[in-house]
Every structure is written in structure tokens, then in C-alpha cells.
Design a protein around this ligand. Sequence first.
Ligand SMILES: CCCCCCCCCCC/C=C/C(=O)SCCNC(=O)CCNC(=O)[C@H](O)C(C)(C)COP(=O)(O)OP(=O)(O)OC[C@H]1O[C@@H](n2cnc3c(N)ncnc32)[C@H](O)[C@@H]1OP(=O)(O)O
Ligand SMILES: NC(=O)C1=CN([C@@H]2O[C@H](COP(=O)(O)OP(=O)(O)OC[C@H]3O[C@@H](n4cnc5c(N)ncnc54)[C@H](OP(=O)(O)O)[C@@H]3O)[C@@H](O)[C@H]2O)C=CC1
Length: 265
Amino acid sequence: MHEPKFGVAGETAIVTGASQGIGESIAKTLAAGGANVAICSRSMDRVGPVAEEINESDTDGEALAVECNVRERDQVQNLVDETVDEFGDIDVLVNNAGGEFVAPFEEISENGWQTIVDLNLNSTVHCTQLAGEVMREGSGGVIVNLSSVNGQHAAPGESHYGASKAAIIRLTETLAVEWAEHDIRVNCVAPGLVQTPGVAETLGIDSEDMPPRENAERRIGHPEEIADVVQFLVSPAASFMNGETVTAKGVPRAGNSMSQDLGLE
Ligand SMILES: CCCCCCCCCCC/C=C/C(=O)SCCNC(=O)CCNC(=O)[C@H](O)C(C)(C)COP(=O)(O)OP(=O)(O)OC[C@H]1O[C@@H](n2cnc3c(N)ncnc32)[C@H](O)[C@@H]1OP(=O)(O)O
Ligand SMILES: NC(=O)C1=CN([C@@H]2O[C@H](COP(=O)(O)OP(=O)(O)OC[C@H]3O[C@@H](n4cnc5c(N)ncnc54)[C@H](OP(=O)(O)O)[C@@H]3O)[C@@H](O)[C@H]2O)C=CC1
């Protein structure tokens, strides 16, 4: 009889950008599955309480909070070092930290473009190279990158974000090929619109404005619906998946009526 292998118990995972939103949900989901999680954000005041909540819950996995701006390579090295010191190894890396502002291409300054590329793409490079070194010297691992439907389809005001998220998809595919010999799988998740504090801030919509889950045509996603996809990809159940981008967007079109209303498609 074939036993499904969806577990992550005993694994050590780094989740970046875990003080809120999708990253917080991924960290809690992996910890609930028995993984130890090293979680980071730019502020210990914000990420510390998430780790406390995990450690005070009855999950098997433990949490370590680290203050780390993933745009700064030396801070990422410290995140990797603290994780290995605390848990002994790194089995899983989830490159979740990211963000954007919405602006027409011609209004994006050089620094504005650089900021978004640094935050989404270059941070993924820092984390993947530095945590990947530990994986390659050890017994391999699993990496999951957060892209976006904006990395797959054009949307107005998203040139910088879309370019950085499209690059993450190709980086994922390339590393899956290059690092297969090190027993490292690299996959990607491309969410559609998901209800997070970042979306509320970027798009100016509050959770009270969000359509209910029952409204399949208009509703936006919930963070745990992305966390479950990540949990699957890092588990041995996805052992034959490498270099893939899994889209999670609720409706089988580019976006939904909600994103049309918001002018995102
Ligand atoms: C067909 C497809 C259909 C798709 C339908 C579904 C669509 C799904 C869409 C999902 C979109 C969601 C994406 C997300 O990632 S949401 C969650 C992410 N969270 C956030 O984005 C957080 C909010 N943003 C921020 O915190 C900041 O804006 C940011 C982190 C992005 C930058 O902050 P930072 O402090 O590092 O940078 P500065 O404020 O110093 O700015 C740096 C330069 O950028 C310029 N800038 C900043 N904002 C704007 C703006 N609104 N317009 C133009 N330029 C901006 C700023 O001026 C600086 O440049 P200069 O020095 O040259 O002035
Ligand atoms: N929500 C959505 O609709 C979609 C989101 N995505 C992607 O999913 C990921 C998560 O999005 P979401 O949960 O909405 O984002 P949020 O803005 O809600 O949360 C972002 C998280 O990243 C952290 N963060 C931001 N900048 C840095 C940095 N430089 N270094 C370390 N941590 C940082 C923030 O913590 P702090 O402020 O404490 O540093 C926070 O924990 C992003 O990559 C995003 O692009 C993709 C498609 C759709």
C-alpha cells in the first residue's frame, strides 16, 4: 500500500518575511507539521511575537525569530548562521519576503525600480546562494520561491514587480536543473490576489471590503491557501516536482472580477 508523504516533521525551514501575511501563515503551517522554523523580517518587534505564538502553541516545531533585511546580503548570512547554530542544518528555504508599489512604468525612478528588484529578485538570490551552500554541503534540501500571477501575465502598473517575479520563475527553473545533482529541489508558487496586510496597504483595500470565500468569482485568496501549497511542495509528496511554478489563483483565468475592479488586469 502506498503511504502519502505530506509531512515535514523534523525538518528545519527558513521562511523570510514571516511577520505577517503569507509568510506568517507558511511559518505556522510548517511548524504545525512538525518543522523547526527560522523566521525573519526587518523588525524583531514584528517577527518576534509570531515566533512566540508558535513556541507557546502545542506544535511540535520550534520557532527562532531573526531580524534580517533580506536586501542586505550580510544580514542574510547572519540569518543562515543563526539557523544552523540553533537547529543544526537547513532543509527548506521559503523565499517569501517581497513587495511592490503600483505605478506606471514612466513614473518609476531608477531607485524605485532598483528597490523592487532588490526586494523581490536580489533578496531571493542572496537567500538561495547562502542557504543553498549549507544544503549543498549537507544532504540537499528544498527551496520554494514566491512569484506571482504578475510574473506570468502583464498587468498595468506592475512592470517592475512583474519583471522581478518573472525572473524568479526562470531562476527557479535554472536552479532546478543546476542543483538536481545536489539533491535540491527548487519550485515556485504564483499566487493571485491574496488577502494580506501588504495588499491592504498597497492596494488600499481593507479586509472588511473583501468578498467572502463563498463568492468564488470575486473572492481573493487567504494566506493559508498559499501556505498549504508550499507545505505540499516542501514535503516528500512532491519529490518528483522540480522547476515547477504552481499557480494558485482561485479562478482559471488571469485574475478575477475583484482584480478587474481594482484595475489590476
Ligand atoms: C493579468 C494578471 C491579473 C492579476 C490579477 C491579480 C493581481 C494580483 C496582484 C498582487 C499584487 C500584490 C503584490 C504584493 O506583493 S502585495 C504584498 C506586498 N507588500 C507590499 O508591497 C508592502 C507595501 N509596500 C512597501 O512597503 C513599499 O512601497 C516598498 C517595500 C515597496 C518600498 O519601500 P522602501 O521603504 O524600501 O522604499 P522607499 O519608500 O524609500 O522608496 C524607494 C523608491 O521607490 C519609489 N516609490 C515608492 N513608492 C512609490 C510609488 N507608489 N510610486 C512611485 N514610486 C514609488 C520612491 O520614490 C523611491 O524612489 P526615489 O528615491 O527615486 O524617490
Ligand atoms: N498578497 C498577494 O496578493 C500576493 C503576494 N505575493 C507575494 O507573496 C509574498 C508575500 O506577500 P504578502 O504576504 O502579501 O506580503 P505582506 O506585505 O503582507 O508581508 C510581507 C512580509 O515581508 C516582510 N518583509 C518586507 N520587506 C522585507 C525585507 N526587506 N526583509 C525581510 N522581510 C521583509 C514583512 O515584514 P516586516 O515589514 O516586518 O519587515 C512581512 O512580514 C511576496 O513575495 C509577494 O510579492 C504574490 C502574489 C500575490
